[in-house]
Design a protein around this ligand. Structure first.
Ligand code: 13P
Length: 340
């Protein structure tokens, strides 16, 4: 394991005011996003859409790294250029989602365990050959009646830590994603408690599994009330709760935290990131950035709608959301940017 090289990659991913683009939706998730728009759920439609993303002019001004999926990292542009190469040539570091999905957890109704450790060492070798420089593994924790259970949190934290150790062994920076879901009617306080417990457990397991904290990126949820909660909190309460929770749980050795969007609208995600950036200018130990999928891609996907004649307009929408989040990282986002 070449620690200085790993640390260098992590720092490049976090540098300046850029963030990560998650375009690693599994085939099932991508099809579920296509379905309501009437886009054919075919490999060629997914390829065409991902080609639109990786060939978007100017994307690298705001995006340092893009996370691909197993199908996508093997695909090429219509001119025959592998997507990972197209990204690299445009100045974006290619990454890859390496878990094989969150499955129902035995003995734990309503809870999921993320799988994919079997054969992971070999797959990481392949992904390196295909051009990946960093990886992602996503654990999902649901909040509900009597859940999450200790069993679910511990099993997911251990899997995350074992994945992160294997990834660093392979020379790939792990993006450790622990997502407390927004589904449900829970309060901000409940999300805070669960996120705190999850992150404490994850960092304990990362220590036990000998993961180098300086050579990883944490990808957490923001601390938010559930989508069905009647009390939707103002931006400053969300910012305050999120930063307090991270201060309690994330060691200062971790170079950066890249938030997932989790189903927030693009504008709300930017506004909350903006407030967090302003807060962080008063000395937080880690860089704060974004690693959004829906909050970056959704407007572009809706404009494209499966029709190549909307390609340029869709690319413009993607660049716009990326620029808004870049501005948010600098603390310069303003909702008036949305009307420009
Ligand atoms: P969202 O930003 O849409 O939550 O996706 C982030 C992600 O990478 C989920 O695994």
């Amino acid at each position: 394991m070449n620690v200085p090289e790993l640390v260098g990659t992590a720092r490049t991913l976090l540098a300046g005011d850029k963030g990560l683009l998650a375009m690693d939706e599994s085939t099932g998730t991508c099809n579920r996003r296509f379905a309501p728009l009437g886009i054919p759920q075919t490999e060629e439609a997914r390829r065409t859409y991902r080609e639109l993303i990786v060939t978007t002019p100017g994307l690298s001004e705001s995006i340092s790294g893009a996370i691909l999926y197993d199908e996508t990292i093997r695909q090429r542009t219509k001119d025959g250029i592998p997507f990972a190469t197209a990204l690299r040539d445009s100045g974006i570091i290619p990454g890859i989602k390496v878990d094989t999905g969150a499955k129902n957890m035995a003995g734990h109704p309503g809870e999921k365990i993320t799988e994919g450790l079997d054969g992971l060492r070999e797959r990481l070798g392949q992904y390196t050959q295909l051009g990946a420089r960093f990886t992602k593994w996503r654990a999902v924790i649901a909040i509900g009646d009597g859940i999450p259970s200790r069993g679910c949190i511990e099993a997911n934290a251990q899997a995350l830590a074992r994945y992160a150790a294997l990834s660093q062994e392979a020379g790939l920076v792990p993006v450790v994603e622990a997502e407390v879901l927004m589904d449900g009617g829970h309060s901000l306080k409940r999300c805070f408690e669960v996120t705190e417990e999850v992150l404490r457990t994850v960092f304990n397991q990362l220590y036990v599994q000998r993961v180098t904290l300086e050579a990883m990126i944490l990808k957490p949820n923001m601390v938010l009330p559930g989508l069905a909660s009647l009390t939707q909190e103002p931006v400053d309460r969300v910012t305050d709760a999120t930063v307090r929770c991270l201060m309690r749980t994330v060691p200062a050795a971790v170079p950066g935290i890249a938030f997932l969007s989790g189903g927030q609208s693009g504008e709300l995600a930017s506004a909350r990131l903006q407030a967090m950036s302003v807060y962080s200018q008063s000395a937080l130990p880690w860089d704060l950035t974004f690693s959004f999928s829906r909050a970056l891609q959704q407007p572009a996907l809706e404009i494209w709608h499966g029709d190549e004649k909307h390609r340029q307009a869709a690319q413009a929408a993607l660049v716009h959301r990326a620029r808004c989040n870049r501005a948010a990282r600098r603390g310069e986002y303003d909702s008036r940017m949305e009307r420009q």
